[in-house]
Design a protein around this ligand. Structure first.
Ligand SMILES: [Fe+2]
Ligand SMILES: [Fe+2]
Length: 292
């Protein structure tokens, strides 16, 4: 990526600052007709059980799952900030890359605060990551080489971008949340441009094995993210009697919906540097249900 392009991204970030405190209308309460998560993103819509739920149960399902989504974003971005700070120790403070990452850190910290506030606004009671998720998150943040971590974070950014688009474009969604996603979408757009540029350095010279490994890192990151959302406890909270059975159905249903609605960007990205091959394709199909 050209230095002039990085400088341009830094300039936009400084000149068009989006402050969650003022950009998001926190004072607005949800209207009676508003929902919290577009149905295309909830885990049960599409299943027979969904049609048996009351309007209030559907609303609460969306609220709890939206809380889970924002909580996971905040958690993931927190881990990524730790990594970026570590990565920057080997850069020169006056370099364009260093200065862009500073802007990104500032924005990511603001996002975390914004998501936490949105969770409060929804009276959320987020379910923390499982011990397994927590271990993997911390382990990879500490020990994975930089190129792998940037790969992982870009794949998450691409998926969250898609999520944000569904939410902010759906006029039925609670206005305050739409603005949260709108702000996030704008700033993540710049992070995506930068990270893609940075990764070109790595993918251009990557051979078969490296491409295979990159592809797996992305696959696991997305699988990891997807499995943070669907929770049995949420079904119990909204009063579904057979939460265990519904969880199994919800898991499969959401896998299909996620594959159909949220993977396009990522698949395109992996395709752009030939990350699908005989060693990786089966895993993408099996774990994510991707049509690759
Ligand atoms: Fe962010
Ligand atoms: Fe980001």
């Amino acid at each position: 990526m050209q230095t002039s392009e990085v400088e341009r991204l830094i300039r936009i970030s400084k000149e068009h600052q989006l402050m969650p405190e003022t950009y998001v209308p926190w004072h607005l309460l949800p209207e009676e007709t508003e929902i919290f998560l577009p149905e295309v993103l909830n885990s049960l819509e599409g299943l027979p059980i969904y049609d048996t739920l009351t309007t209030q149960q559907k609303l609460d399902l969306g609220r709890h799952e939206a809380v889970q989504v924002m909580y996971s974003y905040g958690w993931g971005e927190g881990l990524f900030c730790v990594f970026m700070s570590r990565y920057m120790l080997n850069l020169q403070p006056a370099d364009a890359e260093y200065r862009f990452l500073l802007r990104e850190l500032i924005e990511e910290y603001r996002h975390q605060e914004m998501f936490a506030q949105a969770v409060q606004q929804l009276q959320g009671n987020p379910l923390p990551p499982t011990a397994f998720h927590s271990f993997i998150g911390k382990f990879t943040t500490k020990y994975l080489p930089a190129d792998f971590l940037f790969m992982g974070s870009l794949s998450i950014e691409l998926v969250t971008d898609t999520y944000g688009n569904y939410s902010r474009r759906n006029k039925q969604v609670y206005t305050t949340l739409r603005k949260v996603f709108e702000l996030h979408n704008i700033e993540e757009g710049r992070h995506i441009i930068f990270t893609k540029g940075l990764l070109e350095r790595y993918t251009n010279k990557a051979g078969y094995i490296k491409r295979t490994l990159y592809s797996f890192v992305i696959l696991f990151n997305i699988y990891f993210l997807r499995t943070l959302y669907v929770k049995k406890e949420i079904y119990q909270r909204i009063g579904i009697a057979d939460a265990d059975v519904v969880f199994k159905q919800g898991f499969v249903n959401y896998k299909q919906k996620f594959a159909a609605n949220c993977l396009e960007n990522v698949v395109e990205f992996v395709q752009s540097w030939n990350g699908f091959n005989r060693a990786t394709r089966w895993a993408w199909r099996w774990l994510l249900g991707a049509k690759v």
